[in-house]
Design a protein around this ligand. Structure first.
Ligand SMILES: Cc1cc2nc3c(=O)[nH]c(=O)nc-3n(C[C@H](O)[C@H](O)[C@H](O)COP(=O)(O)O)c2cc1C
Length: 449
């Protein structure tokens, strides 16, 4: 039975989720490239019972990028180093299916899973930024739908390669001189449109079977991919109803792919701001919001739309009509920004400031935030949350000291992790090998005959 506990992840993104978090006095200005700082945050989160650390990524920068994106660690390297600096927290990293090779990805995340004792997760993304193509010697960034076709094939190969060896294949029988039992080895022999891999992978399965597969992308194509493959989805819809709808669609998609709705966990990204009163929380929100000028907010907004130049528009006019701009990038996000601007009749200034310092239902007293977290989970809008604090150290301190104790009191949080692997922490079952599953279903059919 699944417990009442609410699993949390924490975004490790340099100084924080806010574009100018680096200016906040509570954080080292060089946080995005300060490994000791990362270790400190990961260990603090681990001690607080946060289930996983989550590292986002991007493959293109320019002068308009978020400042701390200009100088940041590559996720695989960061997570490998954190694997030895931590003991129980899950380690989830973003890696693009559009700009990587499945065999290498299978080895990299498989190795982090082995080194960490089964704590790894891969956030498979299709990459939104057009400029990425130029960094990988390509003429053109693949179009949104094509990116998802490539992703489906890529993930199929990675998961297939992770099952190259049955769990008991490495017998290492010194007397008989057998290192491996080759009857328990599987060649994938995958030939696709975009990628091919023969296999086997030169790495066995892990303590959790396979790394946890995260997916981030909320368009129709993203939901279909998530339903087919994802163990967990990182979502960024802002309101309860929108997340409940997304969660329902993802779970329906999983069921349509022959999976259990309980085996895909939805994690909205949220940025809680805690105050002893609502006014104090609002003051903290304003303090963070004031870190950004309108000009910077326009640049930040532009990033979702492939660095579209919003500074060229009158800032107090209604949000401009953009046609298809942004649809090949962060599609689900840009579609939402356009829809909300239209529905609420917002000006460009309002949209930009809101994007740069988004407001959420999680600004307020500890009790209000705890109530809201529980409402979202019990109301079907979330299975857990990714905590994307605007300024990480201050945000994590407040959440740990004031919100988690309330959740503990109510039986919704425990500081000791469940089990040892990331799948255990998320109450996902051990990932059986596709060959074991196949053998089990063949035996059952034979027994029934
Ligand atoms: C919540 C969320 C987080 C994402 N995180 C990343 C990321 O860290 N790196 C990245 O390259 N793309 C990231 N993406 C972008 C997706 O990879 C994808 O390219 C883009 O959102 C378009 O897909 P969609 O329209 O299905 O959302 C993220 C998307 C969402 C919705």
């Amino acid at each position: 039975m699944i417990s009442q506990r609410i699993p949390f992840g924490i975004m490790l993104q340099g100084p924080g989720g806010h574009m100018n978090a680096w200016k906040h006095p509570s954080v080292p200005a060089d946080a995005s490239i300060n490994f000791d700082y990362y270790v400190g945050i990961a260990r603090q989160a681990e001690a607080a019972g946060i289930a996983f650390a989550f590292v986002a990524d991007g493959l293109y920068i320019n002068e308009q990028s978020i400042p701390h994106f200009l100088n940041r660690f590559e996720p695989i390297v960061l997570l490998s180093a954190l694997a030895v600096a931590t003991k129980s927290i899950g380690l989830v990293g973003t890696l693009s299916t559009s700009y990587s090779d499945p065999f290498t990805v299978a080895r990299q995340f498989g190795s982090i899973d082995a080194v960490s004792g089964g704590r790894a997760g891969w956030n498979a993304v299709t990459s939104p930024l057009e400029g990425s193509a130029k960094n990988y010697g390509r003429d053109k960034h693949p179009e949104h739908a094509l990116r998802y076709e490539i992703a489906a094939e890529h993930i199929e190969i990675v998961k297939g390669l992770w099952d190259s060896w049955d769990d008991d294949a490495f017998v290492r029988d010194r007397q008989a001189g057998h290192y491996a039992d080759f009857s328990r080895m599987h060649r994938l022999n995958f030939k696709g449109r975009f990628h091919s891999a023969e296999g086997p992978l030169n790495l066995g399965r892990s303590a959790q079977g396979q790394p946890v597969l995260f997916q981030a992308g909320g368009s129709d194509d993203g939901i279909s991919l998530g339903g087919q493959h994802a163990d967990a989805v990182f979502a960024n819809a802002a309101a309860f109803e929108e997340n409940r709808d997304l969660s329902r669609r993802l779970k329906e998609s999983a069921v349509a792919h022959g999976r259990s709705a309980d085996h895909i966990k939805i994690f909205p990204g949220i940025a809680p701001i805690v105050g002893s009163t609502q006014e104090e929380a609002e003051r903290k929100y304003r303090e963070i919001r004031d870190l950004v000028s309108v000009h910077e907010a326009l640049l930040y907004l532009g990033r979702f739309f492939d660095h579209h130049d919003f500074t060229a528009y009158p800032v107090d006019d209604p949000f401009p009509e953009l046609g298809d701009i942004g649809r090949n990038n962060f599609r689900s996000t840009t579609d939402r920004i356009k829809r909300v601007a239209r529905e609420k009749k917002l000006t460009l200034r309002e949209v930009a400031l809101d994007a740069a310092t988004s407001r959420s239902a999680f600004i307020g007293t500890p009790k209000k935030i705890a109530d809201e977290l529980i409402r979202w989970v019990d109301g079907g809008a979330a299975d857990g949350f990714v905590l994307g604090f605007q300024v990480i150290p201050a945000g994590l301190d407040d959440f740990e000291k004031h919100v988690l104790p309330i959740l503990e009191e109510r039986g919704r949080h425990v500081r000791d992790q469940i089990g040892t692997t990331l799948r255990d922490h998320l109450e996902l079952p051990f990932k059986e090998s596709r060959y074991a599953q196949h053998a089990a279903s063949t035996t059952t059919t034979e027994e029934a005959a």
